[in-house]
Design a protein around this ligand. Sequence first.
Ligand code: UDP
Length: 487
Amino acid sequence: SEANHQLHILFFPYFAYGHMIPIIDMAKLFAARGVKTTIILTPVNASVFSSSIDRERSLGLDIHIQVIRFPGAEAGLPEGVESIDDMTSPEMLPKLLAAIKMLQQPLEKLIQQHRPDSIVADSLILFATEVAIKYCIPRFVFHGTSFYAQCVDESLKCHRPYMGITSDREAFLVPGLPDKIEMTRLQLSDIFKSERMAGIWDLVRDAEQRSYGILVNSFNELEPAYAMHYDKVMGKRAWAVGPVSLRNRDNIDKVQRGKKTTISEHAVLNWLDTKELDSVLYICFGSMARFSKAQLLEIAVGLEDSGISFIWVVRTIKKEEEESFLPTGFEDRMEGKGLIIREWAPQVLILDHPAVGGFMTHCGWNSTLEGLSAGVPMITWPMFGEQFHNENFITQVLKVGIKVGVEKWSSWIDTEDVQVKKEKIANVVSRLMGDGEEGKHMRMRAKELGEKAKEAVEQGGSSYERLTALIQELEMVKNTSPANVAL
Ligand code: UDP
């Protein structure tokens, strides 16, 4: 009989930090439960994550990176661009997708070489299902989003409630969901507007339907009605094993989850230590989003007018703009009051600090879940992707946030002049962070959810036990698969 009974799972993320970070956290989760995990990364991305993974291995986890060559040049991408986050314009996206397409052969080679028992691949790695079927191993889909967002997209796709509407600003109801959810046509994502994107969406759904099931970075107590709705509508098995960011317990892991931060963790923590409980607003728009100078200026003035302490992660469209967009004397006036971090912050570390009492977020799903896990109420500023769904989930379903009032879907590089005015910004910041009842209630509810999130990932909690059940199931599959019987 076979000597090695240990499960081996391959992880194949999509080429964006918001997808790589959670899938790598997920690989760590499996590894912490005795599974051998191998993460497939291209050279630039591997260099970003290698120190955190090396560290996990030195602590005893059976976790590895398998580097594969990135065919960027063949696809017409500049050297060094291996993720959406490295792009200087959205026009590079089709080239990135073309390069990813070329990775099917290398993946097959890896499977022949490693003989893994299963593969967890991002929903945008379309060929993973095909390859898994060819090699008779279960493929799991990772969407990097919530049950809620998937249910909304499915409803929009099936019922097309936006068709009978006369104006782009008119609200329509998303039918068939557990809650009454309204949207406008301006907030719809590309998959409902462009045929090319609709086509990709169909391929994603098709690959999902033919996969073994989906892994979700969420936890059952957060969205039980939507987990059930997904099950009913999609008929696909799903395992909610999150929030995966909670796996990063100590400070070093919280700092090193993605790119290197541009400020020392001590500097941030020391700064936060001088602040009172729940008094600081943390502002960050994820790994990709960049605003115009005009919008950044509007945020700066809004923050100053609100009088609230803040940490603000600033990413400009052009590097040269980094120093030049702020109002004269802003940083001097804000000394001690506001901390500006350029490019990349240790987000989970900041959110978990007791002084942080609010989060202005673009509603990327990771950021949303990290905010919820830290028990922090939010100001929602969605931009693209399924972020308008997450905004509704935060404000309408969970009721732990206030909309800043973004009207329409934009790109992640937002060159538009101003989407949200300073008066509006100052107003919602005061509402969330001030002494009023509204903010207090949201803070209380957010703290309760934060506790539930932590319970979910502890032994006996829903996500913990879901993962146990999945690992046991995969062990059974391994022991009864035809390949193994033949041995
Ligand atoms: N992130 C971070 N520091 C930053 C910006 C982002 O650590 O300065 C992390 C954040 O904690 C989250 C991820 O990057 O895990 C962003 O994912 P999300 O889904 O929120 O947004 P996206 O980047 O995909 O738009």
